[in-house]
Structure formats: C-alpha cells, structure tokens
Design a protein around this ligand. Structure first.
Ligand SMILES: [Zn+2]
Length: 71
C-alpha cells in the first residue's frame, strides 16, 4: 500500500511528493521525477528513478535542522 502526499517544499517552494521508502520512511521527492507520461506514478521510492528533494533543494541544510536525519 502506498500513501502519497502532494506538498510544497517549505524552503524553496518546489512541488514535491512524499514517497515511502523500502524502510518504511517517507521522503520528499521532486514531483517531476514521479511523472510517467505526464501522469504521476506513486510507488515505493526508487533511487534509480526518483530524485530525492534533499539532493536538489537549495535549502536542504534547513531540512536536516528540522530533524530529518538520513540513516
Ligand atoms: Zn526545497
């Protein structure tokens, strides 16, 4: 079961979605990277396919200060 939330990054205003990882955590992913043929495909996060917003957010360091710690 996949639960997805469409959201906007509070730091930079980018459109993001939360995808579940195989470890059961939700991480912010760039909305564009979940699009397939212009349709958003919500599935388990796949690092080969999806782009973590942490990697591209210009304010990623602020995310980490808010308690999102990578394992
Ligand atoms: Zn951002």
């Amino acid at each position: 079961m996949t639960i997805t939330k469409l959201a906007t990054c509070k730091s930079c205003g980018a459109k993001i979605v939360f995808l579940k990882t195989t470890s059961g955590k939700f991480i912010p992913v760039n909305y564009e990277s979940v699009l397939e043929n212009k349709i958003a495909s919500y599935e388990i996060f796949n690092s080969k396919k999806h782009t973590s917003h942490f990697a591209t957010c210009p304010n990623a360091s602020k995310h980490r200060k808010h308690g999102v710690s990578p394992k």
